[in-house]
Design a protein around this ligand. Structure first.
Ligand code: SAM
Length: 223
């Protein structure tokens, strides 16, 4: 047995259960989001030296000056998206792959997540972890997600895990009528926006509140 597996057996499942219950009680999580947070082994997505902190509710470094988001932020974004079984979802900023795994549990095998990550090393690592854990409904794409991923558009849901200077036009175009997007916007002061497109294609934006994310870098991001 690897040291990593042994450590997990004795400690980590219990810590994950505890963290999920605290988040459920504090954030009033739906059963779907609670079950997904309880199930996905966050420790598998963090570098070895941070395994002991995997179930603390904090962002952690994943290399290349990037971070895995704090579990409460992943849970909040999943709640705000109102995810449902079978949805097609675009993630911009795949990072470690953890957030995509949580979404995958909620949308089920009949759903699909396209997770775009601009840093090749992170994308390859996320792909390897997700495959090893058996996630079949997540496709990792290397590229500039500020342009979206038109090949699979339109999307029922889009979420962005890095802060943009403004809401990228291609993402608005690639969102289905009746769809929903969650995106942090701003440089020093950042706000999380809920963007809804109604059945006629009209856009409504709601500011959810202040957040802290790394920057979205790309054609429709920061340069
Ligand atoms: N969702 C991730 C997870 O679960 O680990 C956390 C992502 S981290 C907060 C933000 C990610 O966005 C980084 O991995 C960064 O490389 C990526 N990123 C920044 N600009 C991007 C772009 N234009 N397209 C795709 N990914 C981008």
């Amino acid at each position: 047995m690897l040291f990593r597996d042994k450590y997990r057996d004795t400690n980590l499942d219990e810590k994950r259960n505890r963290m999920a219950k605290i988040l459920r009680d504090e954030l009033n999580l739906s059963p779907e989001v609670f079950e997904a947070i309880k199930k996905v082994p966050r420790h598998e997505f963090v570098p070895y030296e941070h395994i002991g902190d995997a179930y603390s509710d904090i962002p952690l470094p994943i290399g290349e000056a990037q971070t895995i988001s704090a579990p409460h932020m992943v849970a909040i974004m999943c709640e705000l998206l109102n995810l449902g079984k079978g949805m097609k979802v675009l993630e911009v900023g795949g990072g470690s792959g953890y957030h995509a795994a949580v979404v995958s549990e909620i949308i089920g095998d009949e759903g699909l997540i396209i997770a775009v990550e601009r840093r090749e090393e992170l994308a390859k690592r996320a792909d390897e972890i997700l495959k090893r854990l058996g996630y079949r409904n997540i496709r990792i794409v290397i590229g500039d997600g500020s342009k979206g991923f038109p090949l699979e558009a339109p999307y029922d849901r889009i979420y962005v895990t890095a802060s943009a200077p403004d809401i990228p036009k291609p993402l608005l175009i690639q969102l289905k009528n009746g769809g929903k997007m969650i995106i942090p916007v701003g440089e020093y002061s950042q706000y999380l926006y809920i963007v809804e497109k109604d059945e006629y294609g009209r856009i409504k934006k709601t500011n959810w509140g202040g957040v802290r994310f790394v920057q979205l870098i790309g054609e429709y991001g920061f340069k």
